[in-house]
Design a protein around this ligand. Structure first.
Ligand SMILES: [Ca+2]
Length: 175
């Protein structure tokens, strides 16, 4: 129930942001979604994770993922959004401790009658131990490519601890 109302609120927020952007003509870089990860509300995966009140990038708690092996943590999804002919960027702050393998952001965009397609931050994955750093992965939405859902995940390909905080969805011009 709580998840549904959050999704509804988020959809409204996204719709308002996009409507405002559309009325101004060409797409300007703009935040269309903010997920401060201050609590568990709205998170999809519920195992192997907890809120860390001590360590955070925004000072208000972060999500700590403790991976015993390869795992894909499903964080949030947007439901239907109205955006095309733009670059959709999934951005977050990450911190790692003793990660074997890699940790990176993964975004799935689904399109009516076409299915789901991913974008992964494999150009800059994190391994080992790292202080807070920003990672992002873009999805290029051509004209007519208007997603009916966007999923935001965190992938860890081996053991280790990963903190994630201050998650954002940003739209920017295609070029
Ligand atoms: Ca936070």
């Amino acid at each position: 129930m709580a998840n549904k109302s959050i999704a509804a609120l988020l959809s409204l927020f996204l719709f308002a942001a996009l409507a405002a952007a559309c009325s101004r003509g060409p797409v300007q870089p703009e935040e269309i979604g903010l997920f401060p990860v201050d609590d568990m509300e709205g998170l999809i995966t519920r195992t192997g994770i907890r809120i860390d009140r001590e360590l955070s990038s925004d000072g208000n708690g972060s999500l700590l993922v403790t991976a015993d092996g390869p795992v894909t943590v499903q964080l949030y999804e947007t439901g239907d959004i109205h955006l095309e002919n733009a670059r959709l960027i999934y951005r977050a702050r990450l911190r790692t401790e003793d990660v074997e393998g890699q940790a990176y952001l993964e975004m799935w965009c689904s399109f009516p009658e076409k299915g789901e397609f991913f974008s992964r931050a494999l150009h800059a994955p994190l391994s080992g131990t790292n202080e807070w750093t920003t990672q992002e992965t873009p999805f290029l939405l051509q004209k007519g490519e208007n997603p009916d859902n966007v999923k935001m995940n965190l992938v860890v390909t081996g053991k280790g601890k990963v903190w994630i905080d201050d998650i954002r969805l940003v739209m920017a011009p295609l070029q």
